[in-house]
Ligand binder design. Structure first.
Ligand SMILES: [Zn+2]
Ligand SMILES: [Zn+2]
Length: 644
């Protein structure tokens, strides 16, 4: 008999060679129907793997990440079989599960695959799936494995790097693939498949190696789930910040200026400016002081900070002066500059904490293939700040920063978020700098603060940076996608490297602790995420144009100007559409531009000294006075924008 420990802590006895599926059946028939993969003592196993020792077993269904991984990994096998049958001679390489679905990298030889071939591949996959073929693992000798793949240089390369005795194949139907395991019981569970796209990919990601075709796909246990997923994809496409940024005239790129360097158009710049002043106002109340530092710094500065060792070779190379032989780097981080600001004065413990904030633009080299709209750029502005405090003040400072981050999220309509506390790996104490005592204090400070502020948080051990623990916020957007926003990081390293100090109450010299924090992260990335989250319908207080005045005909132009002036008096940002177009067309275009309020004026409105207001999306507020409208705008603004 063997003893199997289940996730709830219960221990059950089973005959030796019992499989995870047998265990599932012993619990309930319902569970057995839904179990699609398992792990035993932390290692992925098949649901049919005979268990021969005591150990802990976790059973996974489609609702677990692990279950999805097995589902999509298995689907990649089915995709490979479909390709092999439809494209004889195509050479298979690797095909892993990914966050959403799976892919397979294939050398199609002189053939090519495009969207018009997707349907045939999908049909073939469904055909195979319906055969309910079991996935069966088998061990194979290195010599036999090499023999099997003697015509496939890619698999041969993979096998050559494996140790004899550890190599396994997976069979299903008439198909075999080199594989480590982790499958669903049989192909029949795959009910819906979609080939999503093809892209070029180099073998092993190396541009000197052959180019392959990466076929992306996704699969589901129910047709309904595929339909929902495709709808979500469609919605994500509509909300793509690159598309919306163009439509709403927020930003652009120029190949002359250079890739990855966004150019902010007036409306986009207005949003940025509003976000900045919003945060500056809150920061002022929270005791921050604004500082300004240059865009470049001497190479030596970043050697001291350690950034040069980390990024130097793989980043923008030094700028040389014509005569003195000086070397400067484009600023990759603001922290070293702020450390030098701290160092410009002698501080006493009574002066601390010092909180230096800057909307600091930094430059980081990203490969052109990695660039993506505003989310991966080469120059961006961080809403950066560094807090220098005593170890005793860390607790309170952390709580204050969390308050600020939550205020930012609330004001911008991010309601769904979780937090992650990243702490040391206690088994590897040598990995970290700074005293154990300080680490304990800092980790406890973060956990206390997270608890105190009622955050929904998890603790991840081993996820801390070598220089300090941190708290990250993960935000879920309107489409359910996760984004990392807002990091608060404790740092023992830079105070050491820059020899920062303060005089304590004991009159001795002490080292301050440093906190890095950026609620938005970067203005570019934040605005991109906000665009996709709101589909361009920003909170009213942030909208570049809050209202547009549409006159029925040119006759009312004078009245339109009068209304515009009155709105400006109420600090409502509005513009007039003077064009000689039909009112229907003007409304449609204002809708496209996502302007929250359309103010329609004609004969009646002018006579009664009123305006007819229509909201974005169609709701009619009828004819009201400017004062009534200003009240509506104020109420709507106050719904999201609260006082800090
Ligand atoms: Zn496999
Ligand atoms: Zn920093």
């Amino acid at each position: 008999m063997i003893q199997i420990t289940l996730p709830d802590g219960s221990i059950k006895s089973f005959e030796k060679n019992t499989t995870p599926m047998d265990v599932a059946k012993s619990i309930s028939e319902g569970l057995a129907r839904n179990v699609i993969s398992a792990s035993f003592n932390g290692t992925t196993v098949e649901t049919v793997t005979p268990l021969t020792t005591d150990g802990s077993l976790v059973l996974y269904t489609w609702n677990n990440e692990e279950g999805k991984k097995a589902f999509w990994h298995s689907s990649a096998h089915v995709l490979a079989q479909a390709i092999e049958e439809l494209y004889p001679g195509a050479k298979l390489t690797i095909g892993p599960a990914i966050e959403n679905g799976f892919y397979y990298d294939v050398d199609f030889g002189d053939k090519s695959v495009s969207d018009k071939d997707f349907k045939a591949i999908e049909n073939k996959m469904l055909d195979i799936a319906r055969g309910k073929h079991d996935f069966k693992m088998r061990a194979i000798s290195k010599a036999e494995a090499l023999e099997t793949y003697k015509d496939n240089p890619y698999k041969t390369e993979l096998i050559e790097n494996l140790e004899d005795g550890t190599i396994t194949f997976c069979d299903h139907s008439t198909f075999t693939d080199l594989c480590r395991g982790g499958h669903i019981p049989n192909t029949g569970i795959i009910k819906a498949v979609k080939v999503l796209s093809v892209a070029g990919a180099y073998w092993r990601g190396d541009e000197n190696k052959p180019q392959l075709t990466r076929v992306y796909g996704i699969s589901f246990p129910k047709q309904k789930e595929l339909t929902e997923y495709l709808h979500l994809l469609e919605e994500a496409k509509k909300r793509d910040h690159r598309k919306l940024g163009k439509e709403l005239e927020l930003f652009t790129f120029s190949s002359k200026v250079g890739q990855g360097l966004p150019l902010w158009l007036p409306k986009g710049a207005a949003i940025r400016e509003r976000l900045e002043s919003f945060l500056k106002k809150a920061q002022k109340k929270a005791g921050y002081e604004m500082v300004v530092t240059p865009h470049i710094g001497q190479k030596e500065l970043y050697v001291t900070s350690g950034h040069y060792a980390k990024y130097g070779e793989d980043s923008f190379q030094p700028i040389h002066t014509p005569k003195e032989g000086e070397e400067f780097l484009l600023k990759p981080m603001n922290c070293p500059h702020h450390c030098e600001i701290y160092n410009s004065t002698q501080w006493s413990y009574k002066d601390l904490p010092k909180r230096f904030a800057e909307f600091g633009t930094v430059y980081r080299y990203e490969q052109s293939g990695e660039l993506h709209g505003l989310t991966r750029v080469r120059g961006f502005t961080q809403d950066d700040a560094h807090i220098f405090c005593t170890p005793e003040q860390l607790d309170q400072e952390f709580k204050n920063v969390i308050d600020l981050v939550l205020y930012v999220f609330g004001s911008l309509g991010f309601e769904n978020f979780t937090a992650q506390v990243s702490v040391r790996d206690l088994d590897n104490p040598d990995k970290y700098i700074g005293s154990v005592e300080n680490w304990k204090k800092a980790e406890q400070a973060i956990i206390n603060a997270a608890k105190d502020k009622g955050l929904n948080y998890v603790i991840e051990s081993g996820e801390a940076a070598f220089y300090g623990p941190k708290l990250d916020f993960m935000v879920k957007d309107a489409l359910g996608r996760q984004w990392q926003l807002g990091t608060i990081q404790v740092d023992y390293n830079l105070p050491e490297r820059f020899d920062l100090s303060y005089k304590g109450s004991d009159n001795e010299t002490h080292r301050p602790v440093m906190i890095h924090r950026a609620p938005f992260g970067s203005m570019e990335r934040f605005i991109a995420i906000l665009l996709e989250h709101t589909a361009g319908n920003f909170p009213l207080w942030l909208m570049p144009d809050q209202a547009i005045i549409l006159s029925i005909s040119e006759k009312y132009e004078k009245y339109a100007e009068k209304v515009l002036n009155l709105l400006e008096n109420h600090e409502i940002r509005a513009l007039v559409d003077h064009r000689n177009e039909t009112i229907g067309k003007k409304i449609r275009e204002a809708e496209m531009k996502k302007i929250p309020f359309m103010i329609i004026i004609g004969e009646n409105e002018e006579k009664e000294n009123k305006i007819s207001v229509r909201q974005h999306g169609g709701e009619d507020l009828g004819a009201i006075t400017i004062e009534e409208f200003a009240k509506i705008v104020e109420t709507e603004t106050n719904k999201t924008l609260k006082q800090f």
